[in-house]
Write a protein that binds this ligand. Structure first.
Ligand SMILES: [Zn+2]
Length: 102
């Protein structure tokens, strides 16, 4: 195999690894965000994103619920209305109640 061919194989490998990383990161982001927003079928969204990559990420971003932001009654940080718990102080959503709208 010539040096040029070896270089091409190496570059293709690098490109493949970068694309694979983008695919996996997109799927991980979708899974975490979907769970945080209580999206139904969070795992299915992540699996779909793993299959189609950035296209799945874009579809998810378009489809995901747009939550109202409220202030946590305990620490005052702005959290999503659909958060199951405050990501900052860890209080359960039920404890926070309706929170202060804002
Ligand atoms: Zn809090």
């Amino acid at each position: 195999m010539s040096a040029i061919a070896l270089l091409m194989v190496f570059l293709l490998g690098v490109v493949f690894l970068v694309l694979a990383a983008i695919w996996v990161l997109a799927a991980v982001y979708v899974l975490r965000d979907a769970r945080r927003r209580n999206v139904s079928h969070a795992g299915l969204w992540a699996l779909g994103t793993l299959l189609v990559g950035p296209v799945g990420l874009v579809a998810y971003l378009v489809d995901r619920p747009r939550s109202r932001r409220i202030a946590c009654a305990f620490c005052g940080e702005m959290i999503l209305d659909t958060d199951r718990a405050c990501p900052y102080c860890g209080r359960a959503r039920e404890e926070i109640g309706q929170g202060r709208a804002g």
